[in-house]
Every structure is written in C-alpha cells, then in structure tokens.
Design a protein around this ligand. Structure first.
Ligand SMILES: NC(=O)c1ccc[n+]([C@@H]2O[C@H](COP(=O)([O-])OP(=O)(O)OC[C@H]3O[C@@H](n4cnc5c(N)ncnc54)[C@H](O)[C@@H]3O)[C@@H](O)[C@H]2O)c1
Ligand SMILES: O=C(O)[C@H](O)COP(=O)(O)O
Length: 529
C-alpha cells in the first residue's frame, strides 16, 4: 500500500512506515493536477502546513483511508470534505507544543530587545549601541488569547520570567487558568491590560481577524506576537499600527498567505520581526510529530483506533440505526445551548430519558460535545471527546433514566458554569422526526436545523407581530414559530425556525423594542451559514 508524503517530515516517521511494510512516496511541493494524480492510489497521505488538502484532492483519492497531519494546525485540510469521503483526518497535537512555546518566548524577547535589527546593523559594520532601548518582560502583563496546549506552555514559561498573566479563552475553565496563575477575562480587558499580546488559537471563522485595527488601538503601546496562524491578526492593520506607533512592535511566525509575499507591508516596518513559520522546526518536535503520525496512519490502515482522529466516530454497527437520528439532534442541542449560554462552560451534561437510555449512546454524547465545542477548529468524536473536555477542565457527565415525561425518548444537553445553566432538550416525533422541545425550561417545538431566532421577551400584545413584521420587512421567511411563556404577561421565550439567516441589524432593530430583552440568531448546521 502506498503512503504519499507531500511535506517534509523527519526520517524517523518515514522509516517507521517502511518498517511496517508500506511503500512510502515523497513528493514535496506537489499541487493541483500533479497532487491529484499522486494521491489517486494512496492509502495514506501525510502533510504539514504546506499542502492544501481540498475537496478536489480528496475526490481524486479513491483509495485514501487517512490524512495524517504531522503537526497541529489542520486549517489546510478540508475536514468536512474528508468526512464526506469517509477519510479519517488525524493530527499530532502534542509533539511540537514545546517548540512552538519556546519560539513564542524567543519572539517576545527578540521584538522587545530589537535583536534581529541590532544584529543586522552589526553585520553592516554599525555599532548602534545607543539606538536600542529595550523593554523587559519582567513585571509586565502578558495577554494570552487561546489558553490551549501552546498557550499554557507559553504561560508557564513567561510567568516564570516574571510576567503577570491575563487570558481570553471562552473554552477553558477558570480552575485550569488558576492553576497556571492566569486570570481569565474578556478580550477587551485582555487588550486593556496587556503589555505583550500573544495569540494561540486555531484559525477559524471566529478567530479570523480577531485582532484588527480596533483591537490594536485598544492594546495601545504593547507588542503583538503571533506564532499560531496567519490571519488571526489582520496583517495590514498590524503593519499600519506599528508604523504609526500605535503599538510598539510585532513578531510574527505565521502569515495569512505562505510563503509571505515580497509585497507584504509587514516587510517594510522596522519594528516588525518575522520568521518563516519556524515554530515547530526543532529536531525533537519534528521527530515527535513524524513518528506520532506514522503510528496513526499504520493504526488506521490496520483498522485500529486512531488516537488523534478528528472526524472518526466509533459505533456499534448493529445499534447504529436506532441511535443514528439522535446524533444530529444532540449536536444541535449542544450548539443551541452553548450559543445561548452567557457564562464560561465548565461542565456539560447529556441526559438520556426513556427508550434511548437503553442504547449505547457514546456517539450521541460525543455529538452533543461536538455541538458545544463547535466554535473550535477541533472536531470532537468518541475517540477524542473526553480528552478535549479534560484538557479544558470541562466535566462531562452522561446520565440515563428509563423515565421520560410526555416523550418516549428525550435527549437533553445542559451546559453550566457551576452557577447558571442552559438546558436544551430534543426528541423524535413519530420515531424519526427530530425536534427541539425545550429551551431553558420553556416548552418549544423547533426544527433542529437551518436558521433559528430565539427571543426572550415579555408576553405582551404585539410582540410576536412586531418580530414577524421586522423579519418580513427584511425578507426573512418564517418556517415555524413557538411561543413558550411562564405566566400570562410574564417572561416568554419565542423560537422561530427561519429560511435564512438574521443579520445583526435586524437583531439590533428587535432589541430596540423594550418588550424584547434579548434576541439571538443561531446557525444550526453547516448548511445554515
Ligand atoms: N508556528 C508554529 O509552527 C506552530 C506550532 C504549533 C502550533 N501552532 C498553532 O498554534 C495554535 C494553538 O495550538 P494548540 O496546540 O495550543 O491548540 P489547542 O487547540 O490546544 O488550543 C487552542 C485554544 O484556543 C482556544 N480558542 C478557540 N477559539 C477561540 C476564540 N475564538 N477565542 C479565544 N480562544 C479560542 C481554544 O479553546 C483552545 O484552548 C494553532 O493555531 C496551531 O496550529 C503553530
Ligand atoms: O500547526 C502546526 O503544527 C505548526 O504550525 C507547524 O506547522 P509545520 O508543520 O508546517 O511547520
């Protein structure tokens, strides 16, 4: 069987594959038609960040079982398309974490002490001693955006060097942050307080341009470091902010388009220092990720569990037909719950009542977690769900009771921060017609896909008419509506199933009415937004 390797990985990984009896074909820098031709008969494809694994590539790969990413970031791999083609995607999320953290620390020092600039001057014969007055990290505040594996390692290192830590990460528990000596805060507060800002999130629709012109102004005077992914920090805005002295300097290892174009404005600004995506480039890291991914490719081809599979649910084939309809329902319930919840999630409970409680529901729980973790790049499945939650300090419980209320079966997803919670319940009408039947204690009846508007309002005459009119004026068709209320005239929760998304201006318009406390648009599945 052929394993195609399209980005350089350490020999130790290639050797492991050969020893296991595979034909290893290295074809670095191939793309387009050439890549599609090479991958046609490959059972495994191993990449780093240099290869775009697109729908086209996956469609051409008739024999492909697994795409292995020798590293962390999978933004160059179309995971949805891989899932559609039944191809496992796995990464090596641990092997280069320390290398990335060390590079981040190096970049912090380099930019704060102008090391590359001073070195360059010295090489041209200039002794520019009087021109560089640096900044110490000691006693400064480090703002960390994304307190995952790399963020946590950076936190440990820079805390040991005398920095105070403040972090923004909606998916990490306060306890875990406490253990690191980091205070959790919202992004605005992190920007207000940080002297150095370092980002360690994946690149997702939510994090793209997370740090733009406004955020840089808010940071004011500090340094920005990005050793995570290009595109999280707006490059044009960053170059302008450093040029204009809005911030003191920036250090980047990753870029929106790689290799970095010679025309990039970043190259023209003195206090911006750049490295060509070297965060993972240490001998130890490369050996770690190469052997880890080789082991996983071998496991997949032997039909064994793949440790860091990002899209591979494992199921009992015989029970699967009975469980299957609950999978998407639970994901949607999780997705609704997390979008409506305003706190920081530190526990998720998935509760099964009635006949579904008799089934093996691991995949349904994993699916609920997938919904809750939806904003993360990482796909959660039965293989990785407990670990993802554990790493974030989030407790996951699964409870079962044979008793169900009016429904034969009910699946509830509850997200909580220990004080407040949101519970979203779903059921199947007539055995296979999924519905959301309860949100935050209110009885509702909503289709669990497409577009949803949830309004919290007072049960006063005219409110429903107003919402209908505003949606109508904006050409948003209502497919269904349910008004759940506590008491006549009291608080109510109104749920609209819609045919299209609701722009922010429409939400603002609804919230202008004093009878509407909150209106939220929720995109419920991939096809919805
Ligand atoms: N420069 C390099 O060579 C290099 C090396 C290793 C990793 N990386 C990159 O570093 C990044 C972090 O890697 P990791 O292993 O720590 O990933 P991780 O998944 O362990 O951590 C990412 C963290 O970001 C948080 N997050 C997600 N969306 C967020 C949002 N909108 N706002 C705030 N926080 C959010 C998550 O909750 C998580 O805690 C990735 O982009 C990875 O590709 C780069
Ligand atoms: O996400 C990663 O693992 C790093 O960005 C390293 O990418 P690379 O393997 O292309 O160097």
């Amino acid at each position: 069987m052929k394993i195609l390797v399209t980005d350089p990985i350490a020999d130790a990984g290639l050797e492991r594959l050969r020893e296991a009896g595979y034909e290893v074909v290295t074809a670095y820098d191939v793309e387009g038609a050439e890549l599609r031709e090479e991958v046609r008969d490959a059972a495994g494809l191993i990449v780093r960040s240099g290869t775009e694994v697109t729908e086209d590539v996956l469609a051409a790969a008739g024999e492909l079982v697994i795409v292995g990413r020798a590293g962390i970031g999978v933004d160059n791999i179309d995971i949805d398309a891989a899932t559609d083609h039944g191809v496992i995607v796995a990464n090596a999320p641990e092997g280069n974490v320390r290398a990335a953290a060390e590079h981040t620390v190096a970049m912090a020092f380099a930019v704060a002490r102008s090391i590359p600039q001073a070195h360059a001057r010295l090489r041209t014969g200039e002794w520019a001693k009087g021109e560089y007055l640096g900044t110490e990290v000691n006693d400064k505040t480090l703002g960390i955006v994304g307190l995952g594996r790399v963020g946590q390692e950076v936190a440990r290192r820079l805390s040991a060097l005398g920095m105070d830590l403040v972090a923004y990460d909606p998916y990490i528990s306060a306890e875990r942050a406490d253990q690191l000596g980091a205070e959790l805060a919202d992004l605005e507060e992190v920007l207000d307080r940080a002297d150095f800002l370092t980002v360690h999130t994946p690149l997702t629709p939510e994090t793209a341009n997370l740090i733009g012109e406004e955020e840089l102004r808010r940071l004011g005077g500090g340094y920005v470091i990005n050793c995570a992914r290009g595109g999280i920090v707006d490059e044009d805005a960053l170059a302008a902010a450093v040029e204009e002295g809005v911030i003191a300097g920036a250090a980047l290892d990753v870029f929106a388009a790689e290799p970095l174009s010679e025309d990039s404005p970043l190259l023209d600004v003195d206090d911006v220092i750049l490295t060509p995506h070297l965060g993972a480039s240490t001998e130890a890291a490369q050996e770690n990720v190469a052997t880890s991914i080789a082991d996983q490719v071998i496991a997949a081809l032997n039909d064994e569990p793949v440790l860091n599979a990002l899209n591979a649910p494992s199921v009992d084939k015989r029970a699967f037909p009975r469980v299957r309809p609950y999978i998407e329902l639970a994901e949607t319930a999780g997705r609704i719950a997390v979008q409506l919840f305003e706190g920081r999630v530190n526990a998720v409970e998935v509760e099964y009542a009635g006949t579904i409680a008799e089934e093996e529901v691991e995949i349904v729980t994993a699916s609920a977690l997938k919904g809750v973790f939806r904003p993360l790049e990482l796909r959660v499945n039965t293989v990785n769900a407990p670990r993802v939650a554990e790493e974030r300090g989030i407790d996951v419980t699964e409870s079962k009771t044979s008793q169900s209320d009016v429904f034969q079966s009910r699946v509830s997803v509850i997200v909580t921060d220990g004080e407040d919670d949101i519970r979203v319940c779903g059921t199947l009408f007539a055995g296979d017609d999924p519905r959301i039947v309860q949100i935050d204690g209110y009885r509702v009846d909503a289709i669990p896909h497409g577009h949803m508007l949830v309004a919290r309002n007072y049960d006063k005459p005219g409110v429903i008419g107003l919402i209908g009119t505003v949606l109508g004026e904006n050409d948003i068709n209502i497919a269904g509506m349910f008004n759940g209320r506590e008491t006549i005239g009291g608080e109510a929760l109104t749920v609209y199933s819609l045919d299209s998304e609701v722009p922010d201006e429409v939400i603002d318009r609804l919230e202008e009415d004093e009878r509407i406390m909150r209106a939220q648009y929720l995109a419920l599945n991939n096809h919805a937004k």
